[in-house]
Design a protein around this ligand. Sequence first.
Ligand SMILES: CC(C)(COP(=O)(O)OP(=O)(O)OC[C@H]1O[C@@H](n2cnc3c(N)ncnc32)[C@H](O)[C@@H]1OP(=O)(O)O)[C@@H](O)C(=O)NCCC(=O)NCCS
Length: 282
Amino acid sequence: MDKFQDICHQNEQFQCLIYIRINGRDAYLNDDFQFENCMRILPLEQQARILEKRGRTRQIALVSQLLQLMGCCKATRRNIGDLKFSNGKFGKPRLLGRRVPAFSMSNSDGFCAMFLRRNSGDEDDENGIPSEVGLDLASTTDCKSWNDEYLNEFKDIFSVHEFTHLRKTLDAGRGRKLLDRIFTHYWSMKEAYTKFTGTGLNCDLSEIDLGSVSESDYNRNAEFIRTVQIDQRCMVFRSKWINETVVATVCYEMGSDDAGSPGLTMCSLELPEVIIEALNMK
Ligand SMILES: CC(C)(COP(=O)(O)OP(=O)(O)OC[C@H]1O[C@@H](n2cnc3c(N)ncnc32)[C@H](O)[C@@H]1OP(=O)(O)O)[C@@H](O)C(=O)NCCC(=O)NCCS
């Protein structure tokens, strides 16, 4: 938590990805009393949205909202009641205010993550909207077995360039693990972009052409960076694997202050510390 706090407060511009591993053994989530306690941190409207969900999705929705509030409070040094949010046409949440960071949330395979970024060029007025960002987590565990039929199911979501790359990898018999990784990585980049624009999946994913990714891009702990021109915008994609199966991709528009931009800092947080921080900021 200290690392995250330092990053937000020591720099005028920053970018940071924070994430929590949610496992089924989290006492906080399985205990009804604690669950209620956490729910009370949230505004009533969010509580109602969470209660519409069932079982594990309900727990994940709660953790996602807590992480969102805690991240926004820490980054802006405001309390929960002082935060102002708005939602885009397709549900994209945004934080409003003077010099606030942009953020994006994602959940996958037991991880809940938030990407925050503040640009030096962001507006300085109280109702300003910061430059957009997108985040997506994707997991190789969602892939099934790779053969022609399975690959063809996804033809519509890839550009010709990307699909040819996937087909060549399949035809070369390079192994399921590599295909899982390439597919999952493409997916996380595409979805991160749709979360940047705010359309979500209401768009033609095949129009987002990310080129090909090579096997050497999958070194453990390495950061993958790609700059692509999409819809007359120069987009920066940065990805890192959180573990063997889950990749996180963030994207944003390249700005004039990106030349000396630091790498993608990732901070792993524990659920109890996020809850305690959120309680303190109520
Ligand atoms: C955005 C979208 C791609 C996310 O899909 P997903 O893989 O299920 O979800 P992820 O875990 O990666 O991300 C979920 C988070 O994305 C954010 N989000 C929701 N809609 C978003 C949008 N349109 N743009 C950017 N971010 C969005 C929220 O913070 C959400 O977290 P929450 O559910 O805890 O509130 C998908 O929900 C979508 O296509 N949404 C648009 C759907 C739509 O047309 N909605 C109708 C009107 S509201």
